[in-house]
Design a protein around this ligand. Structure first.
Ligand code: AMP
Ligand code: MN
Ligand code: MN
Ligand code: MN
Length: 300
């Protein structure tokens, strides 16, 4: 068989694929081992771990899979925070070389940005009447990426708010009293680092940025111009209109499609690999991956 007919004969539609998930190394609640156990129990075939601005979970997860001789295919990933027109846009890198110097150097500067944002956020929260939150959030993050979710959890645990979302709505969400404009890299810098590390660059959850269709289109156009490979168009809790719009963007701007649950912790509405189905008209992101990896995905 020639290469084209090999690719065409490959059928990925029966695989359970989830290309967006988090561990304790950022704001997920499971250890890498627990996440792998959950994915295996849910009979997931292909899982990407995509922690915020860190690759620390990947070695542990890969070693655990080998040790247990699980058939799960792990895709090495990352979710990089970027700044665009005052918005925070997340770029997922898939099938990255987690040791590549360009990627590691970007991670380092992102971690510096996280730390200084966290300190300022702590100061602003103190002015709102909550002392010592930075220290507690840092302790909770336990060496992993320090995120706003950690701040929200500390406020919840000490009874300052009644649910996590309230922390964002009242204090640390964009434009609120303790919001700090972060010093993230640009979209282009994230895409370039991912590409240098041999990965594919996907815009995470485009429907969640609270952008009008006009602005979302601008964002997608720039992402494509700067070398972006795909949009995450299949995620839990999307309306049919949103689904259609995302698919249209992919077709119109020649972008591939990715899918993922953005799993952080077990909850009622979504779980690892649940309700994710690639639309027939979309070009899946894995069609850009090396043939060797694609065959591994099919042979598990
Ligand atoms: P960070 O990357 O540090 O800004 O943290 C953002 C993370 O907080 C997201 O990845 C979500 O997991 C979590 N989060 C929960 N609720 C919200 C919200 N309303 N707005 C932004 N982030 C939220
Ligand atoms: Mn998160
Ligand atoms: Mn995200
Ligand atoms: Mn995420």
């Amino acid at each position: 068989m020639d290469v084209m007919s090999t690719i065409e004969s490959q059928d990925f539609s029966n695989l359970r694929i989830d290309l967006h998930s988090h561990t304790k190394f950022s704001d997920g609640s499971l250890t890498p081992q627990e996440l792998i156990e959950r994915a295996t129990n849910f009979q997931i075939d292909v899982l990407a771990i995509t922690d915020h601005d860190t690759v620390s979970a990947l070695d542990i997860a890969n070693n655990y899979i080998s040790e247990k001789k699980y058939a799960l295919n792990l895709i090495n990933g990352i979710e990089i925070s970027t700044a665009w027109q005052g918005f925070e846009i997340h770029i997922v890198g898939l099938n990255i070389d987690r040791t590549h110097p360009a990627l590691l150097s970007l991670i380092e500067s992102q971690q510096v940005a996280r730390e200084s944002r966290a300190i300022t956020m702590g100061e602003k929260l103190a002015k709102c009447g909550f002392d010592g939150i930075y220290e507690k959030a840092k302790e909770l993050a336990n060496g992993g990426s320090l995120t706003r979710a950690h701040f929200a959890k500390v406020l919840l645990q000490q009874g300052s708010i009644s649910k996590m979302q309230a922390a964002f709505d009242k204090y640390i969400g964009k434009g609120k009293r303790a919001y700090v404009k972060p010093n993230w890299c640009s979209i282009k810098e994230a895409i370039d680092a991912i590409h240098q590390a041999g990965g594919t660059a996907v815009m995470a959850h485009p429907v969640r940025y609270d952008l009008s269709t006009k602005w979302l289109r601008r964002l997608v156009i720039q992402f494509k111009e700067e070398g972006g490979d795909g949009l995450e168009i299949v995620l839990p809790q999307m309306s049919n209109d949103q689904r259609q719009l995302m698919l249209n963007f992919c077709l119109e701007y020649d972008l591939h499609a990715s899918m993922g649950s953005d799993f952080h912790h077990p909850n009622k509405w979504s779980d690892l690999g649940r309700n994710l189905r690639m639309p027939e008209k979309a070009l899946p992101i894995w069609s850009l991956w090396p043939e060797k990896l694609r065959s591994e995905m099919l042979t598990r």
